[in-house]
Design a protein around this ligand. Structure first.
Ligand code: GLN
Length: 303
């Protein structure tokens, strides 16, 4: 299969689409990004890599970080974190609070904000310096020490993170947060403010397509953990658009409001797109289109 020419065709089609969605502005610092950026990067099981467009430009990974944080927490804690979290799609936006109140402070899944805040709480309990530990973990997975936090984005999110404060306070009131709200949110805002390129994201997700072994073939997760995290990506990775993503693309994956989407076919490939314009559900509009084209053209999806 000529992957490079498939990526080139997708790129040419996608950049010509006029309605590119809307750049997230509820985190003010995110609004500065150029909506015309588009990057696509693929790594196949035979270790070949292909890229097109802005695939080596760093961007804010936002909620893509939730998968890596969950992987780190699960690798240390095992399935006990499931006592504090569900694995069902919420059918609601990522920052919705009503379900959390109704369901007594147990978030539906680790990829909505309240669930990711519980995972951040686990990391704060586990490590003396959770921010540094998480950064080093991601650098190791990607094999790249140039990955860093963007402090301006972290600060911007902290200043406007009223709903995340509300979620963390609700969790605390239900006894589902062991550390102080400020410490946990500090960790959560920083993980979301990590900047990575499409290439770095693709490489850091290699373990999810490789039965738990990272680029260096070191075992990071058990096969059961990989199966489970991939399942949560499929059912919850796109919030109240998870059904649509499965329908159009047919891969486990995760989006972020920085416009990134990473998706993978187990034992086969990892692919990352970046297009900052979002649709109404907060997922990258052109990223979804690009991935739909990729799995349709290659006929390589889990279905
Ligand atoms: N940092 C963002 C928030 O908490 C993450 C949301 C997202 O990427 N969907 O609102």
């Amino acid at each position: 299969m000529n992957y490079q020419s498939i990526l080139n065709d997708i790129h040419d089609h996608v950049v010509s689409v006029e309605d590119k969605g809307t750049v997230a502005s509820y985190i003010p610092e995110l609004a500065h990004v150029n909506i015309n950026n588009f990057g696509l990067h693929l790594r196949t099981k035979d270790e070949q890599e292909y890229g097109v467009g802005h695939y080596n430009t760093p961007f804010s990974i936002q909620s893509i970080s939730k998968v890596l944080a969950l992987a780190l927490a699960a690798s240390k804690e095992g399935s006990s974190i499931l006592n504090r979290l569900g694995v069902e799609p919420s059918g609601h936006p990522f920052n919705q609070l009503a379900l959390l109140e109704i369901e007594n402070g147990i978030p539906r899944n680790p990829f909505i904000n309240s669930g990711a805040i519980v995972v951040a709480d686990v990391l704060v309990s586990l490590f003396d310096n959770p921010k540094e530990h998480f950064l080093n973990y991601v650098r190791d997975l990607a094999g790249d020490d140039n990955i860093n936090y963007n402090m301006d984005i972290a600060r911007s999110e902290k200043e406007t993170g009223f709903r995340n404060y509300a979620a963390a306070n609700l969790l605390k009131s239900f006894g589902n947060l062991n550390n102080p709200v400020d410490d946990v949110l500090e960790c959560y805002f920083m993980q979301c403010a990590l900047e990575m390129t499409c290439t770095q994201i693709t490489r850091s997700f290699h373990m999810f397509a490789n039965k738990g072994k990272c680029l260096l073939e070191k075992v990071r997760l058990t096969e059961q953990q990989v199966k489970r995290i991939n399942a949560i990506m499929l059912t919850c990775g796109f919030y109240d658009e998870a059904g649509e993503f499965a329908f159009e693309v047919g891969l486990p994956g995760k989006s972020g409001v920085g416009g990134g989407i990473v998706a993978l076919l187990p034992d086969n490939y990892v692919i990352t797109t970046w297009a900052p314009g979002l649709n109404k559900k907060g997922n990258s509009k052109l990223g979804m289109l690009a991935l739909e084209q990729f799995t349709t053209k290659t006929q390589l999806s889990i279905f």
